[in-house]
Design a protein around this ligand. Structure first.
Ligand code: CDP
Length: 783
């Protein structure tokens, strides 16, 4: 019988990341580490023009280069009905151009060669005749009457408009504005940014001509979903397609879409009977793969003189690029942007969104945020700060006056969300205490008298993660439910297979901890498999901070399923009835006789060796989880900056981040996630922006032009925590991965505006480069 059990390192333990062992030894297995016998290499020719008619593509000179096996053109793809493919938003996208190019960097042709360098060299030998057309680089240009129609190949498409979408109650909102004492408005642009994962996108496509089996190793955040899409695109039987996403070097939403490169490499492998590898370079990744944001937003808030918020109106124009290609729950055209009422008890709100085609790469991906929530959080938090100043109130007081209070949950928002839980006041109080808010305001006033510009910026965000409940959430009709499969071996070790795909978040550790919590098997004894569509349950993958709310929940539920059977086995071993068996920390004990015990390991062995008559052998199961609701992490961030009015330079003196993601499975991993997100939020506030000139040339095509924050620029972060468990999640956890990116940009910008408000500066669009800050000061002083 059982010896005294050691403490189980389940939920709440900062277990060291199991996966780091292979990563720090340089033994990770990324796409470029895969070498298959007879493998060929592919390089892609991309358009130098943003919009141009394609008169001809001639690959004959390239074909003659020694080592070149094939030149693939749009015409060839069209012969196999593969020149176009469906996108995850239900649009179509060109795989290789047949008619005209629609953005700079678009795929025009591909070369397959024996060596990656030969393939690249051969691209220069492809002769293409382009006829440049007028270019559209913003939604404002896209909607002009004389704008060239970018998607003229689509039947019935006579302009560049993609969708119109509304949420909330327009009538009630109009009434609130008509009756308001004060209306505050703000126009702001959330610039185009890029997720820039460390590992670029790529694949090795291996179609076996003898069996028809297609194994595609690819950088995908959603291997199961992508297998289904591939079956639809290529017309291959789904059981003959295996998508393997091995170690992924960062995704951040960038590795959700299906890129033409994957499809061309698969088609080439099918036609040539050899495996084909394609690895993007950095410029290709930046100019052609899923960007983020690019929202032009107008917000208006109605308030009473005492600061009570009574209504919110937001309209936005989304620059979707040349193809509408982001993964978006099909019911919600602009993702979950309508969470824009944030943490405030707004009785009326109305959101209007319009999407446009432009001559830019497609995207709009959930870059470290749930679908479009970052843009929403930025809009409301900037607007609230301006409202406070215009009413002569302190921004912290205005927020507190209007927060949804603890006892109002579950709270139905004016745009239809049901917030599961929250304690916004608690998070803000902690942030204010940590930053020493009252004292800081005094110091700020003193500094101003000495001519120093100190700014204090707050942001109180509400995230919404874990898409989602099958009633409302699907991609291309496939419901966003996820699976977990668990087997406990006879020796008491376990194997968990999950439908999420880690890209650095530590799922191999945290999901093993959930099993540990529920079954009492130590996390190091739980192997976690993900990323192989032949060896994991179906699911929609990892993005939009959905893993913990969906797959984490499925893991807890399947563990509980096994625990129920284990209890029966324990009762059999202990010779008592099921009801007399208690479970804790991996031990089943007899009620009232705690010395009579068996361990989960004893029970696992019995599942294969000594089970009662009528019971099936084994200890394994699978669960698909349909979340009853989304989860709503939240927090308050406080930033202190000092701005140099002569140069426009600003530096961060302090950054306090109080996050509430419910129960933390692994506090160390959560802190790492928050650090990463804050760093990305800072980067966007301070320096990141993909720009285009008037001809549609992408200016952010390398890391000299597209600036990412390094350890040198990144401020020190001071973290704080409150814990408000999600009432419906099996272990009370909410997602966290993205909250910091969602919440922090507004806090940084609000801090700079706070410093400059007395000088007359009301708004500066991100990124806040010193040049822009300096210019804003000059403009305010001369106007
Ligand atoms: O979907 P994604 O994996 O990006 O995000 P997530 O579900 O928010 O989780 C990011 C990482 O933090 C995962 O390893 C989670 O298991 C972990 N996490 C945690 O330990 N506790 C929470 N309450 C939320 C997430």
């Amino acid at each position: 019988m059982a010896a005294e059990a050691e403490e189980i390192r389940g939920v709440g333990h900062s277990v060291r990341r199991k996966e780091d062992d292979r990563f720090i030894r340089g033994a990770g297995n990324y796409i470029d580490d895969i070498h298959l016998p007879g493998m060929l290499h592919m390089a892609i020719l991309r358009s130098p023009f943003a919009h141009a008619k394609l008169n001809s593509v001639d690959g004959s000179r390239a074909q003659e280069l020694e080592g070149v096996i094939a030149v693939v053109t749009g015409e060839l793809m069209a012969q196999h009905n593969l020149a176009w493919m469906p996108t995850l938003s239900g649009d179509t996208e060109a795989v290789l151009v047949t008619d005209k190019v629609r953005f700079q960097g678009q795929e025009v042709a591909a070369v397959i060669a024996t060596d990656p360098y030969i393939a690249k060299d051969a691209l220069e030998l492809i002769d293409v005749d382009y006829e440049p057309l007028g270019v559209v680089i913003s939604p404002q240009q896209a909607e002009a009457d004389d704008a060239p129609v970018i998607r003229d190949e689509k039947e019935g498409q006579t302009d560049n408009h993609i969708y119109h979408w509304e949420s909330g109650d327009q009538g009630a909102t109009d009434t609130a504005f008509a009756q308001a004492d004060k209306v505050v408005s703000l126009d702001t642009w959330y610039p185009r940014s890029h997720p820039s994962p460390l590992e670029t996108c790529g694949c090795v496509a291996d179609v076996n001509p003898a069996t028809g089996q297609a194994t595609i190793y690819m950088t995908s955040q959603a291997p199961q979903l992508i297998r289904t899409v591939f079956a639809l695109v290529a017309g291959l039987p789904e059981e003959k397609i295996r998508i393997v996403s091995p170690d992924i070097g960062g995704g951040f939403g960038n590795k959700v879409p299906v890129y033409p490169g994957y499809v061309i490499a698969t088609a080439a492998s099918l036609l040539l009977g050899h495996p084909v590898k394609w690895i993007e370079d950095r410029t290709e990744n930046l100019i052609s793969t899923g960007f983020a944001r690019d929202f032009w937003m107008h917000g208006e808030m109605a308030l009473n003189d005492d600061g009570t918020m009574t209504g919110l109106r937001v309209s936005l124009k989304a620059d979707e690029g040349a193809f509408h290609a982001d993964a978006q729950p099909s019911k919600f055209k602009v993702g979950l942007f309508h969470i824009v009422s944030g943490s405030y008890d707004l009785p009326a709100a109305h959101v209007v969104a319009d999407g446009y085609y432009t001559n830019k790469a497609p995207g709009g991906v959930a870059y470290r945020c749930s679908f479009r929530v970052t843009e929403a959080s930025y809009m409301i938090e900037r607007l609230v700060q301006n409202a406070a100043y215009e009413l002569g109130m302190d921004p912290a007081d205005l927020r507190k006056k209007n927060f949804v209070e603890k006892d109002q949950f579950p709270y139905k928002s004016a745009t239809g969300f049901e917030y599961d839980s929250g304690d916004y006041r608690g998070a803000m109080d902690l942030a204010l205490e940590k930053v020493g808010y009252e004292q800081l305001r005094k110091e700020q006033a003193e500094a101003r008298e000495q001519g120093r510009l100190i700014g204090i910026g707050l942001a109180s965000f509400t995230e919404v993660v874990g898409a989602g409940p099958h009633k409302d959430y699907d991609i291309l009709g496939i419901k966003m439910n996820d699976g977990a499969e668990l087997r406990v071996h006879p020796t008491g070790k376990a194997h968990l297979k999950i439908s999420s795909q880690t890209q650095g978040q530590g799922h191999e550790t945290t999901f093993a901890q959930i099993v540990a919590e529920e079954l009492g098997i130590q996390p190091e004894d739980v192997k976690v498999t993900h990323g192989d569509s032949d060896d994991t349950p179906y699911g929609l993958g990892t993005y939009a901070s959905r893993s913990t709310p969906t797959v984490g929940a499925a893991t807890a539920m399947v563990s509980r399923k096994l625990r129920d059977k284990a209890r029966k086995l324990a009762a059999h071993l202990l010779e008592v009835s099921d009801e007399d068996v208690e479970f804790a920390q991996g031990r089943f004990t007899v009620k009232g006789a705690p010395d009579k015990a068996v361990t989960i390991q004893d029970v696992a062995f019995a599942a294969y060796t000594n089970f009662p008559d009528g019971m099936e052998a084994g200890l394994e199961g699978v669960t698909y989880y349909d979340p009853p609701n989304l989860t709503y992490p939240f927090g308050t961030y406080a930033v202190v900056v000092e701005v140099d009015a002569d140069t426009g330079q600003w530096k961060v003196n302090r950054m306090i981040a109080v996050d509430d993601c419910g129960v933390r499975i692994n506090p160390m991993i959560v802190e790492g996630q928050i650090h990463g997100g804050l760093c990305e939020g800072f980067g966007i506030a301070a320096m990141e922006q993909i720009t285009f000139d008037e001809e549609g040339n992408c200016i952010g095509a390398n890391f000299l032009d597209y600036l990412l924050p390094t350890a040198w620029e990144t401020p020190t972060f001071e973290l704080g925590e409150t814990v408000t468990p999600s009432p419906h999640h099996p272990i009370g956890a909410k997602g966290v991965g993205e909250s910091a990116t969602v919440g922090s940009p507004a806090a940084f910008v609000n801090a700079v505006i706070d410093a400059l408000w007395p000088l007359g500066v009301r708004n500066i669009d991100m990124p806040l480069t010193s040049g822009k800050v300096w210019e804003a000061i000059q403009n305010a002083q001369t106007s």
